[in-house]
Design a protein around this ligand. Structure first.
Ligand SMILES: O=P(O)(O)OC[C@H]1O[C@H](OP(=O)(O)OP(=O)(O)O)[C@H](O)[C@@H]1O
Ligand SMILES: NC(=O)CC[C@H](N)C(=O)O
Ligand code: SF4
Ligand SMILES: [Mg+2]
Length: 500
């Protein structure tokens, strides 16, 4: 049996969070925009912990104010920064780097000067044809100052579209021209003078939704309110960030849609279609693991979608046991529902230290070999002598699962049956998620047959791809829109043909 105790990395990481806010007229707004943006970013902290930035403007003279820094939101934005960032609108970004190192230079939002004034951009995703776009831009005489793919998008926007601009800058046409050449994935916020544009790539690979801040005493519904009832519009990678600022989820931005937000309200400026009538490819792992459970995507709460995955897992892979438990956090809704479906008691067996982050400095070898014991403590009384079903949302390298089972067995578990609420991850992702190389993925290293032995488990079963897609799509109630999800890391079926 291979020993993974000295490997600490776990999970699929690297996805950014973007957040924007525009106060409605009259300007100057009475709202505290810098705090709204900071709290918005804080609600998206799980999506990016390397660095963060906020850019605001009064929207009047085209000037931007900015604050950027390495680290967590709380460490970067201080009260004195809030005063300096005062404005009527702004965009913000939490970063996990996918292209371009994790350093000051690459912190977003990016700003450039154009012939019409400054523009700023915040990007979540990864451009799959970045190498080709970089080459074309450099060849056309554009100088680039970073290795980031997001800089390519802002540089593309500085170019007037081929149809020309007889009446001055036409940002919708520029955005559409950029969307024609930049291949997924991107959810974007673009700020220019007194307008923020919110954009999702035609496949809708990364999420983006709109919320409304209504007056605190308002009883008006978010769907039926007039524009004059709204204090501000907010845009976010996930609706979970709306709770802390008193905003209500209004709707998702559709795949390929361009939304214009100004002090007058929001306006949809059209939808850029996908090639050959292909279906959308919203990342299914946003549901499985990335997003916070209280987020709403495609009209359903992530927690509820995860519950359905657990229910489907119970249908596909039942097992006789005394208790069902979770690998906290993101697997919990699936575990709870797996237990309910099979009529087994759900019991917590781990206490998780929530303060162990990714930036934890590598300690000495002796301490490092304690592996996940730094992250999880066993609740021994709850499981000693019992047959356990341990549910996790995903297995990537297998480090977490192997170490946890060893811990459970060491403290007296009788049997441990692993049930995974998503299928084996076999392929890399080129769309903004840093999945380990093919060779590091446990599904490519160890056969299903040998996996229980490798993990020290009594049995291991995964949810099927069909089961996962069914569980996710069943809860989507929006009508009239095509539904489709990317499952490329599970199936090898990528939304666009890749050249490498
Ligand atoms: O197979 P591995 O490479 O070890 O990674 C898999 C684990 O990583 C993730 O959890 P994570 O601890 O990142 O966060 P969570 O609290 O959201 O579950 C995921 O939920 C699995 O538990
Ligand atoms: N994870 C992301 O969405 C990253 C955005 C962009 N590719 C960057 O590296 O900055
Ligand atoms: S390959 Fe996997 S992680 Fe990447 S976008 Fe598709 S479903 Fe999401
Ligand atoms: Mg986990």
């Amino acid at each position: 049996m291979a020993d993974c105790d000295n490997q600490e990395e776990s999970g699929m990481k690297h996805y950014c969070g973007i957040f924007g806010a525009v106060a409605v007229e009259p300007w100057p707004t009475q709202l505290d925009l810098p705090h709204i943006l900071t709290l918005g970013l804080l609600g998206l902290q799980h999506r990016g912990q390397e660095s963060a930035g906020i850019i605001t403007t009064t929207g009047e003279e085209g000037q931007f104010k900015q604050k950027k820094g390495m680290g967590l939101v709380e460490q970067i934005f201080r009260n004195e920064d809030m005063i300096k960032l005062n404005g009527n609108m702004g965009i913000a970004h939490n970063r996990y780097s996918t292209m371009g190192g994790s350093e000051l230079l690459n912190i977003q939002p990016f700003v450039v000067n154009t012939i019409h004034g400054k523009i700023a951009i915040a990007h979540n995703g990864e451009i799959v044809n970045a190498a080709e776009l970089r080459h074309q831009l450099l060849k056309s005489g554009v100088g680039l100052s970073t290795d980031s793919d997001s800089e390519l998008l802002i540089q593309l926007l500085t170019h007037p579209p081929s149809c020309g601009e007889p009446d001055g800058a036409n940002w919708i046409n520029r955005i559409k021209a950029m969307m024609k050449v930049a291949m997924l994935s991107y959810s974007l916020l673009i700020m220019y003078k007194d307008v923020v544009y919110a954009v999702r790539d035609p496949f809708g690979n990364r999420p983006l939704c709109i919320g409304k801040i209504l007056p605190p005493s308002s009883f008006i519904s978010v769907d039926n309110c007039n524009e004059k009832d709204v204090d501000a519009y907010v845009v976010s990678s996930e609706s979970c960030s709306f709770h802390a600022i008193g905003a209500k989820y209004y709707r998702d931005i559709l795949p390929g849609e361009i939304i214009e937000i100004s002090k007058k309200g929001i306006k949809s400026c059209g939808i850029v279609s996908r090639p050959n009538g292909k279906l959308p490819a919203f990342c299914i792992f946003e549901y499985v693991y990335f997003a916070r459970a209280d987020t709403v995507f495609e009209s359903q709460m992530v927690y509820t979608a995860r519950q359905r995955c657990g229910e489907q897992l119970a249908i596909e892979a039942p097992v006789e046991a005394d208790i069902v438990s979770t690998v906290p956090e993101s697997a919990t809704p699936s575990a709870v529902e797996y237990a309910r479906k099979l009529g087994l008691p759900y019991t917590e067996i781990f206490s998780k230290n929530r303060y162990i982050g990714r930036t934890f400095i590598q300690p000495t070898t002796r301490l490092r070999q304690l592996g996940v014991a730094k992250k999880f403590g066993p609740l021994t009384d709850n499981f000693a002598g019992k047959r356990i079903v341990l549910v996790d949302d995903s297995i990537v390298r297998g480090n977490t699962m192997q170490a946890l089972i060893k811990l459970l067995k060491k403290y007296g578990a009788k049997e441990v049956h692993v049930r995974v609420a998503s299928p084996p991850i076999k392929y890399p992702c080129y769309m903004g998620i840093n999945i380990p190389t093919k060779e590091e993925l446990i599904a490519n290293r160890i056969s299903l047959q040998d996996l229980p032995d490798h993990l020290c488990a009594d049995s291991v079963k995964y949810l099927t791809i069909e089961g996962l897609v069914k569980a996710i799509q069943e809860g989507i109630t929006t009508t009239g829109q095509p539904i489709g999800h990317c499952t490329a890391c599970l199936s090898g079926d990528y939304p666009v043909k890749l050249d490498w």
